[in-house]
Design a protein around this ligand. Structure first.
Ligand code: ARG
Length: 488
């Protein structure tokens, strides 16, 4: 007999209804967290004198056994892991004992607590993997401070830069992603347990105690908020979406760069596929899938936002439908980060193809205009006009051509105003262009070295922060299992 339905409901749902209703599949993600939450709750109930020592001991032993057997041993005809687990416990230790576990609690606060605990571990894992990705980006950048390549705007040759500068641009974006995830972690790190259905409980429970035993930083201020909100989920998935967009843009560059048109890199065989008909093909499928999975993650964000947007407070079953999107999003972003790390770390960089590509597209035009301004004192807009006219003509800039054009445009020769052939030659050198851009943020080798040092320092702080969070959770779970041993 179904322990949940036997009182109020007479007719059991058929299999089709159960498939529609059950969260058992997605609950695999929270099975371990659910056991931890049960243990913490039971320990607290005993310490508060709400259940007896004997009942506590029997329940804890039962939970231990259920944990060892795993979720597959549970009765899947129940609608979720929480009630299936309770039913199993009652089967093992009897209702007079097992039937006391759910005192002062609801599945509403229970599920919110389980999701938060599980998500916290996922966020820490994602942060670690992201730090790894940034690590490989700065390591690769460190070898390419002087690898000159074209920089693009509108996918058109724009100005010379270096591979280090390009990779560090992505590294900085991922550092911000990590920052955002840290902030999502802080908002996830709150204990809903004790909110019960939404109105808390008349049992004298100790919310501080379960907060401590589960390793949360604090307990929810308001019990209705605790069970109603999924904004922590939305915040996390927003971070994932943002990060996926950053990953996708990097993937897009890897796809372009590995084409014959660019020929800047060759991806490792592991991160490539071939064609079933064209034997010569080496395709960047992993990068393409990363680009595509970005759409999947954005979809999860819109799904959860839409599921939540019109829900009256407090708990509604709709909330169950949001959770699988969270797991899908976090698995996808974590895998994508690992793929990106692998691709960057194993790709072959074709330095000379990159540098050769700076010969075309007149990418030094900006520097030429700047040099004209600095040497002659004419306004930048006027120099822009003159150099633009040369670009249109498609001729190599020399002092005589520049003089002819400036005579037409401003009725003066630039050579009379201090421009020299040597200054022009220097302006047209891509290496010199890069070297000159040494102000904060620029691509000069000295500056990209400084940028790497800055990121390295930040990584140290992030790593410390991740360590601290792991330590807190591990210490709590250690403590909880020691207490459980004692009470068993
Ligand atoms: N499986 C449910 C979920 O994920 C657990 C909470 C069920 N609560 C309820 N009142 N039906 O949201």
């Amino acid at each position: 007999m179904n322990i949940l339905r036997r009182g109020r409901l007479q007719v059991a749902p058929d299999q089709d209804i159960m498939r529609f209703t059950s969260s058992m599949e997605a609950d695999k993600q929270i099975f371990n967290a659910d056991i931890e939450v049960d243990k913490a709750h039971v320990v607290m109930l005993k310490e508060q004198g709400i259940i007896s020592d004997v009942d506590c001991s029997a329940i804890l032993s039962g939970l231990e056994k259920i944990q060892q057997d795993g979720i597959t041993a549970l009765d899947t005809s129940y609608e979720d892991v929480h009630i299936a687990l309770e039913a199993r416990l009652i089967e093992m230790v009897g209702e007079d004992t097992g039937g006391r576990m759910h005192s002062g609690r609801s599945r509403n606060d229970e599920v919110a607590t389980c999701i938060r605990l599980t998500l916290m571990m996922e966020l820490l894992g994602l942060m670690e993997e992201s730090v790894d990705l940034v690590g490989i980006l700065i390591k690769t950048a460190g070898k390419h401070h002087e690898t000159i390549m074209p920089g693009y705007t509108h996918t058109q040759h724009a100005q010379p830069t270096t591979l280090a500068h390009n990779l560090l641009a992505h590294a900085n974006a991922f550092m911000r992603d990590i920052e955002r995830i840290r902030s999502a972690y802080r908002h996830t790190n709150q204990n809903p347990l004790g909110a019960a259905a939404f109105a808390s409980t008349g049992f004298e429970i100790d919310r501080k105690r379960t907060t401590e035993l589960l390793g949360f930083d604090s307990a929810f201020e308001n019990s209705m908020d605790a069970v109603s909100t999924r904004d922590f989920m939305i915040e996390s998935i927003s971070c994932f979406s943002n990060m996926m967009t950053n990953l996708s843009r990097m993937a897009e560059e890897l796809i372009l760069w590995s084409s014959s048109e660019f020929g800047f890199i060759e991806l490792d065989d592991r991160y490539s596929s071939t064609s079933s008909i064209m034997p010569q093909k080496k395709n960047p499928d992993i990068a393409e899938l990363m680009r595509a999975k970005t759409g999947t993650v954005h979809g999860t964000l819109v799904s959860v936002l839409t599921i939540c947007k019109a829900l009256p407070y407090s708990y509604n079953r709709d909330l169950q439908e949001a959770t699988p999107h969270l797991w899908r999003a976090v698995m996808t972003v974590r895998a994508s980060v690992r793929m990106a790390r692998g691709m960057i770390g194993t790709m072959t960089i074709k330095k000379y193809a990159m540098t050769r590509a700076t010969d075309v597209g007149f990418m030094t035009a900006t520097e030429l205009a700047d040099v004209i301004v600095r040497n002659t004192g004419i306004p930048f807009r006027t120099a822009h006009h003159i150099v633009g006219a040369i670009a249109k003509a498609g001729t190599t800039p020399t002092i005589s051509i520049l003089d002819r054009l400036s005579l037409e445009i401003i009725h003066e020769k630039l050579s009379d105003k201090g421009l020299t052939e040597n200054a022009i030659r220097m302006a047209l050198d891509p290496v010199d262009n890069v070297r000159k851009r040494g102000i904060q943020g620029g691509p000069s080798p000295l500056e990209t070295k400084r940028q790497i040092a800055f990121i390295k320092k930040n990584i140290m702080f992030v790593k410390k922060d991740i360590r601290r969070s792991y330590d807190k959770i591990n210490q709590a779970s250690h403590k909880l299992s020691k207490i459980c041993k004692k009470y068993k």
